[in-house]
Design a protein around this ligand. Structure first.
Ligand SMILES: *Cc1c(COP(=O)(O)O)cnc(C)c1O
Length: 392
């Protein structure tokens, strides 16, 4: 059938239905037999808690990240909380966190009666920078939580230097960037999450390495921290029924581990396909007045948890409506700065109530569909619809 042509002569793409932000179903279909069998094996073994699937995943992730110790846990928020608990911080200690991130990164700080100190981010990479962190350091600062937002590493080398200078702990929130690699100026390459003292990640279904329910993990190269983390995550006990500290109960379910074992070996393939989709968006969304494609940092690979545009001139909502009309979902990550959240009113140290870049990003960002299973033509259709909004 000939491609229908509109009056202006431009080829009209066939309407594509059922476009997803994240296509979990297609990903499952591509490995259905393997996953079904793995899940069935757990059920038949009845090893639901800390079974062989969990141990296999722990070892697999240690190998994948090149991390000495991985401690699986129940979700990415728990991972952050347990990491902070294991560092033995005192109430009132300040922890620096970007204001432009998912709430979990700061929530756990406040939950532990520590003080979240929110700082601004880079307008092009969306990541927190050493200079913004440096300006927020006080004698009470004890830790930094760099968040590798949307799939790209923060520029860690100057952050590490700052942390060393001021004796601060670094907990990397790697929930969105598992599989990304950071290159130091001496050429050394490290996986995100393995650069600071502790790394944390999430296996929430829509994350790049998503389980079929909740899951998370903590990693560290320090044997002492690993022991403390294991203890905190297991009711504060190092020996059964002897509780040294007040801990919590946070475990990765064996069924989720079985799913993750199937997906871990495919993760680099998923990342490559996300990158190819991003390359396509990048190549086809240039030269539109008022649209900025996401910047790629020279010293980090990008695993594109999100592909996030900036739309200026107050036109973001109109673009979103235009896309929705065309059957294309999009999301605003994140519409509200953390310092503007009711939950943190009055709790953020240094009375932060406005950061210019964060404020601007909350008004300008919009994330397009991004996953590893795009069908032929879907990206072309999305690009066509974005371009048509800009009259291109
Ligand atoms: C998803 C996410 C978390 C929390 O992970 P959960 O598994 O949902 O608890 C934390 N930080 C960031 C940046 C995230 O994107």
């Amino acid at each position: 059938m000939a491609t229908p042509t509109a009056k202006d002569g431009r080829a009209q793409l066939p309407p594509i239905t059922n476009i997803q932000m994240v296509d979990l179903k297609a990903q499952y279909t591509a490995m259905q037999e393997e996953v079904d069998q793995a899940v069935l094996d757990v059920i038949r073994s009845c090893a639901f808690i800390n079974g062989p699937a969990v141990k296999q995943f722990q070892a697999g992730l240690e190998d994948y990240l090149d991390a000495k110790h991985v401690i699986p846990c129940a979700n990415g928020t728990d991972a952050l909380q347990i990491a902070l608990m294991a560092l033995g911080l005192e109430p009132g200690d300040e922890v620096i966190v970007p204001a432009f991130t998912y709430v979990a990164s700061a929530e756990v700080i406040a939950l532990l009666r520590l003080s979240p100190v929110m700082v601004d981010v880079d307008p092009r990479t969306f990541n927190v920078r050493a200079e913004d962190i440096a300006a927020a350091i006080t004698p009470k600062t004890k830790a930094i939580i760099p968040v590798h937002l949307f799939g790209q590493s923060c520029d860690m080398e100057p952050i590490i230097a700052l942390a060393n200078e001021h004796s601060l702990h670094i907990v990397e929130d790697n929930a969105q960037a598992i599989g990304a690699k950071y290159t130091f100026s001496d050429g050394r390459v490290a996986a995100t999450g393995t650069i600071g003292d502790i790394g944390t990640t999430s296996f929430y279904p829509s994350k790049n390495l998503g389980a079929y329910g909740d899951g998370g993990a903590i990693n560290t190269d320090s044997a002492a921290l690993a022991e403390e983390i294991r203890k905190v995550a297991n009711h504060g006990q190092s020996r059964r029924y002897y509780h040294d500290v007040v801990g919590c109960n946070s475990r990765l379910d064996s069924i989720q581990a079985a799913v993750l074992n199937c997906k871990l070996s495919r993760l680099d393939g998923y990342s490559n396909r996300r990158r190819e989709a991003a390359d396509y968006y990048d190549a086809n969304l240039q030269g539109l007045d008022g649209l900025l494609t996401p910047a790629r940092q020279h010293n980090s690979t990008h695993v594109f948890h999100q592909y996030t545009l900036r739309i200026d001139g107050g036109r973001r909502e109109a673009l979103q409506a235009h896309l929705q009309e065309a059957g294309i979902p999009s999301m605003i990550y994140y519409p509200v700065a953390l310092y503007d959240q009711e939950a943190f009113s009055g709790s953020a140290a240094n009375d932060i109530s406005f950061l210019p870049v964060t404020d601007m990003l909350c008004k300008e960002v919009i994330s397009l569909p991004m996953h590893s299973e795009f069908e032929e033509g879907t990206l072309a259709y999305i690009v066509e619809q974005v371009r048509s909004f800009f009259g291109a």
